[in-house]
Design a protein around this ligand. Structure first.
Ligand code: NDP
Length: 480
């Protein structure tokens, strides 16, 4: 059985407790590897290593730092098949998805931020009375990076790459539910020649390892992606210590469909925006609002297309959906389907666990589920389910659907389908979410600001926003 180890000060090491946790393959429902049950002592060792490495790393020439990070990106590319297989086994997602999305994106994250570091410039402000202000943006020190299980290496590297590129050292914690590709990344960092201590990965439980990172006085900034409740817990710990925080949290995203949309394009994309990665993407559109004149046509076609989506072994190319990430998560998603029925919803398709048989007969699979007939303000439509479950409902006017769309405590992403340009701009300006896709979904240009409003987060990452987060701005004013 594979024994995952921490990566501290350039070496793979056992947790100080000597204890390990079980790691499951969700498609088979079996333990297949062991994860270090680390604690605050491992975090302290990792933080010390990062602090000691900071001077040299932050003073290294941009081009040299870039070269090492580009080498990491290249090795990810060289090991793409192996990493994709590891991600699929660990998370339950289809192998084709890990190969085409997760791992290429992890590769691109390193490449993008490594090259961006060579172009990052700061501002200067000159005035007529012979003064000039310039802004120094310097790396801060040790960055704490905590990431979730749904897009494990993709989101892990989305934080780590800019933190390192900006000249910081890192103490990172992947989700304890999906630690495998972070472990493989440790090997890749060593192979790429990343100096010891620059990057440290501590595996283990959120309340132990994540909490220790949030609390550590020598970690002045936290970049976190995960659930809103956990984000609140981290903020409660870190805010009184005046740490810099970037919190990318949950979502309950609206998908708004007007009758004048390009129907075929919308149907194809809506299947993805509803059920990609088993609906376990913070950007999935889980509340689908359809203009009444199109509602019946949409419903008939959407249900029939969803019924064709195959749920099965993540290793098979024809599986559209794989396993959900864990047994507790499967139970949570199924309990929300029960809640939807109690709230008066009708399940149009799905609504149950699936047994694909064969080697996956003990795995955790759920049929893609469509529910209709619910009020927009019920719990099913307000709370994040984070699984292959969507609700559909009709609307009559722009004002009405805006009210529906903005009704939740979340504000991460929204999708809008219309061929009416004026309406598209009008709606985009009024929907309260950090990202709006018009006639598309999940196009990610890494230069754009990424993040949510309301309970979906604080701060923005992506492009220069990431560099600004991972540096401290200092104004220098000269009179000459
Ligand atoms: P969690 O909030 O449960 O966990 C996220 C990370 O935080 C994990 O590494 C977890 O460790 C850790 N953690 C748990 N408790 C603490 C704590 N007290 N202090 C510090 N760290 C802690 O989220 P999930 O992993 O369940 O991920 C799903 C959530 O992530 C959804 O809400 C989803 O919307 C959100 N998400 C948001 C995105 C965005 O960009 N806005 C993108 C992707 C997901 P452990 O795994 O050991 O519990």
């Amino acid at each position: 059985m594979i024994k995952i180890r921490n990566y501290i000060n350039g070496k793979l090491c056992e947790p100080m407790s000597g204890q390990y946790l079980d790691n499951y393959d969700p498609a088979q429902g079996v333990v297949y590897s062991l994860i270090p049950d680390s604690d605050e002592r491992d975090v302290a060792a990792a933080t010390l290593a990062a602090k000691n490495a900071f001077h040299d790393w932050s003073h290294m020439k941009h081009a040299d730092r870039s070269k090492i990070l580009i080498r990491i990106s290249e090795i990810i590319e060289e090991r793409l098949e192996e990493l994709a297989m590891a991600e699929s086994i660990d998370n339950g997602k289809p192998l084709w998805l890990a190969k085409s999305v997760d791992i290429p994106r992890a590769r691109d994250n390193f490449y993008f931020f490594a090259t961006a570091a060579m172009h990052f410039a700061s501002e200067s402000h000159a005035t007529a009375d012979n003064t000039i202000n310039y802004t120094l943006r310097t790396p801060i020190g040790v960055a704490g990076c905590i990431s979730p299980w749904n897009l494990p290496l993709y989101l892990f590297t989305w934080k780590i790459a800019p933190a390192l590129a900006a000249g910081n050292c890192v103490v990172a914690k992947p989700s304890e539910i999906t630690p495998m590709t972070a472990f493989l990344l440790s090997e890749i960092c060593m192979e790429a020649g990343l100096p010891p201590g620059v990057m440290n990965i501590v595996h283990g439980l959120g309340p132990k390892v994540g909490q220790a990172i949030s609390e550590h006085p020598d970690i002045p900034m936290i970049s976190f992606t995960g659930g809103t409740k956990t984000g609140a817990q981290i903020a409660a710990t870190a805010a009184p210590m005046f740490k810099k925080m970037s919190l990318e949290l949950g979502g309950k995203n609206p998908n708004i469909i007007f009758a004048d949309c390009d129907f075929e394009k919308m149907i194809k994309t809506t299947l993805n925006s509803s059920f990609s990665n088993q609906g376990q993407i913070c950007l999935c559109g889980s509340r689908i609002f359809v203009e009444r004149s199109l509602y019946e046509k949409f419903k008939t076609r959407f249900v029939s297309e969803v019924q064709k989506m195959k749920v099965g072994d993540p290793m098979n190319d024809d599986s559209r959906l794989g396993a959900v990430v864990s047994k507790p998560h499967m139970e949570k998603v199924l309990s929300y389907i029960d809640l939807a029925k109690e709230e008066g919803g009708t399940v149009l398709t799905g609504g149950h666990a699936v047994n694909p048989g064969g080697r996956c007969e003990s795995g955790w699979f759920i049929a893609p589920t469509i529910i209709e007939g619910l009020p927009y303000k019920c719990r099913t439509n307000m709370e994040e389910i984070f699984g292959p479950v969507v609700t559909i409902m009709p609307f009559d006017t722009e004002e009405e659907v805006l009210q529906y769309a903005n009704a939740t405590e979340y504000g991460l992403a929204a999708t809008l389908w219309t061929e009416n340009l004026n309406r598209a701009h009008r709606m985009a300006a009024q929907i309260k979410s950090g990202i709006i896709w018009i006639n598309f979904w999940l196009h990610r240009d890494l230069r754009t600001p990424f993040g949510g409003m309301k309970n979906s987060g604080v701060g923005r990452e992506g492009g220069w926003e990431s560099f600004r987060f991972f540096t401290e701005a200092k104004n220098v004013c000269i009179k000459y």
